[in-house]
Write a protein that binds this ligand. Structure first.
Ligand code: HEM
Length: 319
């Protein structure tokens, strides 16, 4: 294992910014081939559990972003926010497999799934917190340069959770908290639509734009490897510990960014970013509680926290 690779798979240190080589730098994400969910067994990983506990009391401030560096900050958020989302999808796939295997602890697993879905909503808000100008002048063209129909549907890791997010049917084996889970999934779909509408005037993706402009063009292929290359994702074997360390590294960096700059940095010009009709109290509370929601997901993954439990599960269980 090269020194560089080993460093990206090690748990973060607790002093100062140590992600990438400079504040708001990037690191590649090592993921195993798609298709396997991730059910972390953190019991053996005492140092990772301690790492999570230290995060709770660490001084998370770093260099605040200056107006001239906003492009670097939003680029970091775009790539690193996607990485955290990929890891959350793997965690979700692992928990869904637990439910499908008739997990006797079904209520707790549903509670866990609900919290991971909420953490994904939080990451959508974080990842998409760019100004409209930087999104349209830097981020969107960078995807277009690789492919004119570059699309989220190309993510190989999303496939295991697509059914859940499309909400057509409840996960197999769910016995408690189905309503609460459906509400959480609907919220995440609204957040996705909200972020899209904030950043792109008509919320249209590159894929939709191309299909509109060239309706007769052949259907594009789903280029999963182009998607991986764009998002600095290396496919190689990775242990559960490697995934947990990579999650901790990223979450610490995200929490430092939020503690220092806030979700919508004061030096960024959001003039065009007028709150629109899509704004709603549940989305706003997800924005306000973003850091706590992310921390809870890491607490669950490291086994330091138990799921809050599906809200109406106890009522259902006794009736
Ligand atoms: C903020 C981070 C984002 C993430 C993690 C994300 C993720 C995804 C994923 C996984 C899909 C596939 C859904 C499926 O197959 O059912 C998707 C589709 C889509 N996304 Fe996003 N998305 C993000 C931002 C955006 C933005 C900024 C737009 C604005 C244009 C957008 C517009 C769409 C559209 C229209 C689709 C439907 C498929 C397509 O036309 O490509 N998303 N997204």
């Amino acid at each position: 294992v090269s020194r560089g690779k080993a460093a990206t798979l090690a748990p973060p240190g607790m002093r100062g910014w140590d992600f990438g080589d400079f504040p708001y730098g990037l690191e590649p994400l090592t993921l195993p081939p798609p298709g396997t969910g991730w059910l972390p067994d953190a019991a053996q990983e005492l140092d990772l559990r301690n790492c999570y506990l230290s995060l709770l009391s660490a001084d998370l401030r770093t260099d605040p972003v200056k107006a001239d560096d906003l492009e670097r900050l939003f680029w970091f958020r775009w790539i690193t926010g996607h990485h955290v989302s990929f890891l959350l999808w793997r965690l979700l796939a692992g928990a869904l497999a637990g439910l499908a295997a008739a997990d006797p602890d079904g209520a707790a697993t549903t509670g866990r799934i609900i919290e991971y879905v909420r953490a994904y909503s939080a990451m959508l808000l974080y990842t998409g917190s760019s100004t409209r100008k930087i999104y349209n002048e830097t981020i969107r063209p960078s995807m277009f340069r690789l492919h004119n129909t570059f699309s989220g549907t190309w993510s190989a890791d999303y496939r295991a959770v697509r059914g859940l997010f499309r909400g057509r049917q409840l996960p197999t084996g769910i016995s408690y908290g189905a309503d609460a889970l459906q509400r959480e999934v609907r919220l995440s779909n609204r957040v996705h639509a909200d972020v899209a509408a904030r950043l792109v005037a008509d919320g249209r993706s590159l894929l939709q734009r191309q299909l509109e402009e060239n309706p007769a063009a052949p259907a594009p292929r789903a280029w999963t490897s182009v998607f991986d290359c764009y998002f600095l994702t290396v496919r190689a074997s990775a242990t559960g510990r490697d995934l947990l360390s990579q999650l901790l590294r990223r979450c610490k960096a995200v929490l430092m960014d939020l503690a220092t700059n806030g979700l919508y940095p004061a030096v960024a010009d959001y003039e065009e970013f007028v709150p629109d009709q899509l704004r709603a109290p549940d989305i706003e509370s997800c924005e306000r509680e973003l850091a706590d929601i992310v921390l809870r997901a890491v607490g669950l993954a490291t086994g330091c926290l138990e799921p809050a439990g599906a809200p109406e599960s106890s009522a259902e269980a006794v009736s």
